[in-house]
Design a protein around this ligand. Structure first.
Ligand SMILES: *Cc1c(COP(=O)(O)O)cnc(C)c1O
Length: 391
């Protein structure tokens, strides 16, 4: 083709290259070009492998999904724009008129909002149970229940779900179980190996680990479900973008190392804070005083997680004093970052509830949730001791 100003927008062939890139190339292209209509037909009939349009699938999302599926022992999975879009996707793909949901009342704040404010508007009601009290399961799971949603480790009080008991009760019904495994991570528990049909993640958190992207994941071993979810993501436009997937894959490579280190830091912080005079309650499943300590020991094989929560004595003034004195620890409502983060759930994740509703969930005003990072523990120790001294 003649090289002129007018032809510069014509596409070049990507340079020939016999070498195989060692790290995953970022594939930003929205369209994929095929040489002739025979190829296009073969692609449409799934006789050849290939991509067509990025909303349907893109190489970076595919690679990332395969790697998370590998960690979760899932046959297949998909990446969505965020954790919340993964959740939306499952509800939109599975619910039909007349279906209901059963869910743990200890869920991520925005998930609770979806169940109590958004879905009822579309005619889908949720019955709640207490995931750490098996006696509440049977009543919430009815003949119309289609999906049961739980987290293994609750936010921010770190109660543990009696998952085997839940699976037993669910088996009596036609409901399928979906686990939001964001807090526990596949290094702590793999729900698909224990009776869940679907597992989801906010990849924005510790899987990617650097607080620089929003993505979600949904995985399953059920081919038909995977097909329905794939179709729904493309149709409702819940897909991810290649750049975020590329970044997340890079983060995922160090996920297990970061998880182990953050978990070690959490255990050390819990030991440091236990019996501290400025603290009235400490929540951490590794403590013998935790109500599901034994369950966490057996079910999670001692993976007590990367979060520690505590209640500061006093009121918001004391919280302010603590935060000001421990100013090297960023205040952040996310979790799973390389840096240790603190958040006050009563004014962040659970602010849409009134005080009475919050207290019913055990969320006191001065509750502080700590998401441990991978810094040297000496730094964390110094920050907390200084913060508590001034609180
Ligand atoms: C953050 C989070 C979500 C939502 O994920 P986004 O990526 O922020 O949309 C869902 N569940 C849990 C447990 C989370 O921590």
């Amino acid at each position: 083709m003649k090289k002129t100003k007018g032809t510069i927008v014509r596409r070049n062939k990507i340079p020939e290259n016999e070498g195989i890139p060692l790290s995953t190339p970022l594939s930003a292209s929205v369209m994929y070009h095929y040489e002739n209509i025979e190829q296009v037909k073969a692609l449409n009939e799934k006789k050849i492998e290939g991509f067509s349009y990025a909303r349907y699938a893109n190489p970076n999302a595919k690679i990332l999904a395969e790697k998370i599926s590998w960690l979760e022992d899932a046959k297949g999975g998909f990446i969505t724009a965020s954790g919340m879009s993964a959740l939306s996707c499952v509800f939109l793909a599975l619910l039909k008129k007349g279906d209901t949901i059963a869910a743990s009342k200890q869920l991520y704040g925005q998930s609770l909002k979806m169940l109590t404010k958004m879905l009822p508007r579309m005619g889908f009601e949720t019955k709640f149970f207490d995931s750490s009290d098996p006696s509440t399961f049977a009543e919430a799971i009815t003949p119309t229940t289609k999906i049961i949603l739980v987290e293994i480790e609750s936010n921010p009080l770190l109660r543990i779900t009696y998952f085997d008991e839940l699976v037993k009760v669910a088996k009596e019904s036609s409901a399928l179980i979906m686990v939001d495994n964001t807090f526990t991570t596949p290094s702590g528990y793999k729900p698909l190996n224990h009776g869940a049909t679907l597992v989801m993640h906010s990849v924005s958190k510790i899987l990617s680990g650097h607080s620089d992207l929003n993505l979600g994941y949904i995985g399953s071993n059920d081919d038909k479900l995977l097909e329905d979810i794939d179709e729904l993501i493309a149709n409702f436009g819940l897909n991810s973008n290649p750049f975020n997937c590329w970044l997340a894959e890079r983060g995922l490579h160090t996920f297990d190392l970061r998880f182990k280190e953050a978990q070690r830091n959490a255990a050390k912080l819990a030991a440091l804070l236990e019996d501290h005079p400025k603290i009235s309650k400490l929540y951490y499943p590794g403590l013998a005083s935790h109500p599901e300590h034994l369950l966490a020991k057996t079910m999670l094989k001692g993976n007590f997680g990367t979060i520690v929560s505590f209640v500061l004595k006093g009121d918001y003034t004391n919280v302010n004093n603590f935060l000001n004195a421990a100013k090297d620890i960023p205040y952040g409502s996310t979790l799973g970052d390389v840096s240790t983060l603190v958040v006050v759930p009563s004014i962040s994740s659970h602010r849409h509830l009134n005080k009475e509703e919050r207290l019913a969930l055990g969320i006191e005003d001065t509750l502080i949730r700590v998401s441990l990072g991978i810094e040297a523990f000496s730094l964390i120790k110094n920050d907390f001791l200084t913060g508590l001294e001034e609180a």
